[in-house]
Design a protein around this ligand. Sequence first.
Ligand code: GLP
Length: 246
Amino acid sequence: MRIIIAKDYEELSARAAMIVAGQVCLKPNSVLGLATGSTPLLMYEKLVEMHRTVGLDFSEAISFNLDEYLGLPPEDEHSYHWYMHRNFFRHININPENIHIPDGMAKDVERECGEYDRAIHAAGGIDLQVLGIGTNGHIGFNEPDIKFEATTHKVKLDQETVTANSRFFADPAEVPRYAISMGIKTIMHAKRILLLANGETKAGAIYKTLYRGITPETPASILQLHQDVTVIVEESAAKYIQKNIA
Ligand code: GLP
């Protein structure tokens, strides 16, 4: 595991964007696993900037998003479809046919999940998976006590996650309680993983992820077993790990 402490959010985002850009430059038809949330926002902005200024080319790239709320249509501004299009896809030259996000309106959720995993497999697997982390150590929407062997599936969101994500909704009662998420097994099959953590609220989760036992109580701790993980931690999120890497 490679751990990079970034001095601030700007540096975290610049480094993350360089890693994603490097992946796409070296392998233009890369399969990218993408994340939402506030953490990767500036990384997306920087990738858009690289697309505009130095022609970073996404025309052959394929994307699979980690998760989507159940019950929100793509045009709902709280959906992850909307987030991805507004913050990234509409500003770059990715082929819309190569974009994959779980369908939050799927009638047959189990089937949607199975098809999502099959599509990842058919694309050759994920080359680089970008991850944020929840305050409770979740990745994607894999909440504490998740089964590590899970593939893409329906999840019930923890109260802690509902509360954390309610900042994006006018009325906390509107926060969906269920989502579709890639499972830990799907995530662990990615060839490379880039985990990003920004802000002091993530410090505890990052410490447990990197330095405590591997346990379903901290879903991200399973990443200790992955062979190619880069973790970029902004200074305040790294406050409990400084000693360990000194
Ligand atoms: C959500 C997403 C995760 C994300 C997490 C952290 O619950 N499902 O993929 O990593 O929130 O979000 P933020 O970056 O806004 O703290």
